[in-house]
Design a protein around this ligand. Structure first.
Ligand SMILES: [Zn+2]
Length: 279
């Protein structure tokens, strides 16, 4: 039986080298068995990406309070739990939350948590209020020293003012904000922008209402991790009765979480290819 051979082909990943081997069948079967049965060679686990979700506000800081009394902090936490469940059930992600209870955590501590755990992506989840109650729809924010528009400036002021509850200095002078921004690596900025785009695309695919010009930027304290791509998602506005009613419904939060999971999948697929689409 020694005359039977099996042709195997091995592709050396990265180097693009292909090699063909001629192996005696008995040896090949032995190798297969060794590869599949030996306790010394367990199947290589796929690397799990660590995603840090940041449900906004909490504890003494309720966030925005909706027209019918819904607290933003509760909507943010409920949606974060749902997104964590969906991401983890795919088996591809490890998900940590900056808070998993109704507790107050200063903005700076949220960023520190992501840094300490070496998160690969940071997603802050909110549903704020605007003075114009007609404005509705989801939007996504990345860090920049200057707000892209008046609406975004209003939001960033509200979000950053969460630190007034904790007595931390949450406000930076324009100079300091500029320095902080320059510390952010180009890669991180590109990653953040790609994630913001992915979220907007996924919301649009899942027919979740979006704000006009849904991708914006401002000096959100919670987005200033120097080397972790970070976005802040406003899943809708508590100040708009329709958005508030939507976000109170578990089915709607499930759809929002599904869109965000789709965005995370897209983000990592693009990251694996090195974000070549961006100049
Ligand atoms: Zn908020």
């Amino acid at each position: 039986m020694g005359g039977k051979y099996v042709i195997t082909r091995r592709v050396l990943m990265g180097a693009g080298v292909k090699a063909t081997f001629l192996l005696p069948l008995s040896l090949y079967a032995g190798l297969l068995e060794a590869a599949t049965l030996s306790p010394k060679t367990p199947p290589r686990a796929l690397p799990r990406r660590l995603v840090m979700l940041d449900p906004g506000h909490g504890g003494k800081d309720p966030g925005a309070i909706g027209v019918s009394g819904t607290y933003e902090k509760h909507v943010a936490l409920a949606t974060a739990f749902e997104l964590k469940r969906q991401l983890e059930s795919s088996g591809r992600y490890q998900v940590l939350l900056t808070r998993s209870r109704d507790v107050f955590i200063p903005l700076e501590h949220r960023v520190e948590l992501a840094d300490r755990h070496r998160a690969m992506l940071f997603v802050s989840m909110h549903a704020d209020a605007l003075s114009d109650h007609r404005v509705r729809g989801a939007s996504v924010y990345t860090f920049a020293p200057h707000a892209s528009d008046a609406l975004t400036r209003e939001l960033a002021q509200r979000e950053n003012s969460a630190d007034r509850y904790g007595g931390l200095q949450g406000h930076f002078s324009p100079e300091v904000a500029e320095i902080l921004a320059s510390l952010i690596q180009r890669e991180t900025r590109i990653g953040s922008i790609e994630m913001a785009r992915s979220v907007v695309d996924a919301f649009s695919v899942n027919t979740i209402p979006l704000l006009t010009h849904p991708t914006r930027h401002a000096g959100f304290v919670v987005l200033k991790a120097a080397d972790i791509p970070s976005v802040l998602v406003e899943m809708g506005f508590m100040s708009n009765p329709r958005d508030e009613a939507d976000l109170r419904r578990p089915q709607h939060r499930m759809r929002v979480a599904a869109a965000m999971k789709r965005a995370v999948d897209t983000y990592f697929a693009l990251a694996d290819r090195g974000f070549h689409s961006i100049g």
